[in-house]
Write a protein that binds this ligand. Structure first.
Ligand code: FES
Length: 138
């Protein structure tokens, strides 16, 4: 290999190494700094109304957190399933028609109002619509 070819090879190798290093450093930095998507069309959850017969609850993830749709006596409610005390996931008690928190015994009505126990606030209500037999949350 002559001197000119060796220098060109070394320069090309060094440029490739620098480009790879710059990419490895900049890509995670740009991902960290890029704004998160808040597109409502992306976060909406659709659930067929037929999956929530009267007296039942349907748990699902909404924006990365547990949520619940409950149907009782013709009333449909959508709530966060995260207890407002210390964040445990509430459970639907069909026979009592209320939510109970398994961690410290917090109790909530079907619309999330605190009945008893340590929870300081009601369960958060989530917006939803019902169109053509489909519930859209978000
Ligand atoms: S976390 Fe629900 S009552 Fe404590």
């Amino acid at each position: 290999m002559n001197t000119g070819t060796r220098r060109r090879f070394l320069a090309t190798s060094l440029a490739a190494l620098l480009a790879g290093t710059a990419g490895a450093v900049l890509y995670p930095l740009l991902r960290y700094l890029a704004p998160r998507r808040t597109d409502t069309a992306q976060r909406a959850v659709r659930i067929p109304l037929a999956e929530i017969p009267d007296g039942t609850a349907k748990f699902f993830d909404f924006e990365g957190k547990p949520a619940v749709l409950v149907s009782s006596k013709g009333k449909l409610v959508c709530l966060s399933a995260v207890c407002t005390h210390l964040g445990c996931i509430v459970q639907w008690q069909k026979d009592q028609g209320e939510f109970r928190c398994p961690c410290h015994g917090g109790r909530f009505t079907i619309d999330g109002t605190v009945v008893s126990g340590p929870p300081p606030r009601p369960l958060a209500k989530l917006p939803f619509t019902v169109v053509n037999g489909t519930v859209t949350v978000g």
